[in-house]
Design a binder for this molecule. Structure first.
Ligand code: TC6
Ligand code: NDP
Length: 309
């Protein structure tokens, strides 16, 4: 009798996965992971060009990927997206609600409109996609959902709006787990810490300098995270190996949610080696990552590690 690990080629063969925000950053990496494990991946966001580029990358690697345009802040657009996916592929097994974001601001400077926008994008937008996927497919056939949130657990200085929105999504995830389990729907969230991704382009140069200039060591792992480290957690939650994980929030943050201060200085080495996913650091850096973050990644790839693994 041979034991068959859940981590095997073709794990998601025959399954259809929808990744919102799948043209860039973490979403792009999740799309690559799922396609490389056999899923037919639909990447959806507002801008066609990044989505098509990700699709091309996946198909060049022998995977299957398709583009759909959506604005998750628009209910009709989301409804059309889910209907299109079901009409084109006849099914929707896996959903990753990754699209989202915010801007940095001291709380007192966030206008009511700005706060509302970030809540609408992250909380209402994620709900809108969950709801449509449930009504148009998963209620009858089941499905697995992962919602991307953030390290909001102890509050979110300079991002009060997104902290509130991500807490809402995490709590909604727990509720949906309880209400929708009977339909065969399993739902969890993933909370990334600070991740080297295209998302960093949204922050002004002084913020980027602050992060690459010292902040990045101020967590128990002594470094920032990678897109691949978030993606592999997402993929595991989507896999049958996580079949009994429901309503959970998996923190992929190097321990930063426990302590943002430098517990132990890490001047010369990185205690836990980074997983980059792509075959070399240049492949990771070639798309959309600000140069200083690309340099950090190259350092992570080259640095010695004290870990035996
Ligand atoms: C650090 C690590 C942790 C996390 C990392 C990541 O998540 S990385 C991932 C990062 N990736 C992403 O974040 C990607 C997605 N992000 C986005 O699309 C934008 O950041 C968005 C969510 C603000 C929407 O933008 P939009 O163009 O659709 O918005 P809009 O023009 O319709 O304005 C609506 C309201 O918001 C206000 N406002 C807007 N910007 C600013 C500002 N900088 N400053 C102040 N306020 C701002 C604006 O004034 C208006 O308020 P008003 O006038 O009504 O009172
Ligand atoms: N990088 C980090 O450190 C962290 C990231 N996160 C979260 O992870 C997720 C991915 O971020 P990351 O890859 O880093 O950054 P990106 O900015 O690259 O990703 C955001 C994605 O969301 C899409 N998007 C934004 N608004 C909408 C909308 N209204 N409708 C549809 N799609 C939309 C964007 O595509 P388009 O503009 O074409 O619509 C883009 O692909 C986000 O939710 C982010 O907030 C959470 C914690 C930390």
């Amino acid at each position: 009798m041979a034991y068959q690990s859940v981590f095997r080629t073709g794990l998601f063969k025959g399954q259809v996965a929808l990744v919102t925000g799948g043209g860039t950053g973490i979403g792009r990496c999740v799309a690559h992971e799922l396609a490389s494990l056999g899923a037919t991946v639909v990447v959806a966001a507002r801008r066609r060009e990044p989505l098509e580029q990700t699709c091309r990358e996946i198909t060049e690697n022998g995977g299957q990927a398709h583009v759909e345009l959506v604005n998750i802040r628009d209910e009709e657009s989301v409804d059309t997206l889910i209907r299109n996916v079901v009409a084109k592929f006849g099914r929707l097994h896996l959903l990753v609600n990754n699209a989202g974001g915010q801007f940095l601001s001291p709380a007192e400077n966030i206008s009511v409109g700005g706060f509302r926008t970030v809540l609408e994008l992250n909380a209402v937008g994620t709900w809108t996609v969950c709801r449509a996927a449930m009504l148009h497919w998963m209620k009858e056939h089941g499905g697995i959902i992962v919602n991307i949130v953030a390290d909001y657990f102890n509050g979110f200085p300079l991002m009060a709006h997104t902290g509130a929105a991500r807490a809402a999504v995490d709590n909604m995830t727990k509720t949906l787990c309880q209400e929708w389990g009977k339909f065969g729907i399993r739902i969890n969230s993933v909370a990334p810490g600070t991740i080297i991704s295209s998302g960093m382009q949204n922050y002004p140069p002084p913020v980027q300098q602050m992060i690459t200039g010292g902040f990045h060591t101020e967590n128990p792992s002594g470094r920032l995270g990678t897109e691949a480290e978030v993606s592999s957690a997402v993929v595991w939650l989507l896999s049958p190996g996580a079949a009994y994980v429901n309503g959970a929030c998996l923190r992929v943050d190097g321990g930063s949610s426990l302590s943002k201060a430098a517990m132990i200085p890490h001047p010369d080495d990185i205690p836990i080696k980074a997983f980059l996913g792509y075959s070399d650091a240049s492949c990771l850096g070639e798309r959309d990552i600000p140069p200083a973050f690309g340099e950090l990644l190259a350092q992570y790839a080259a640095k010695k590690t004290t870990s035996k693994l």
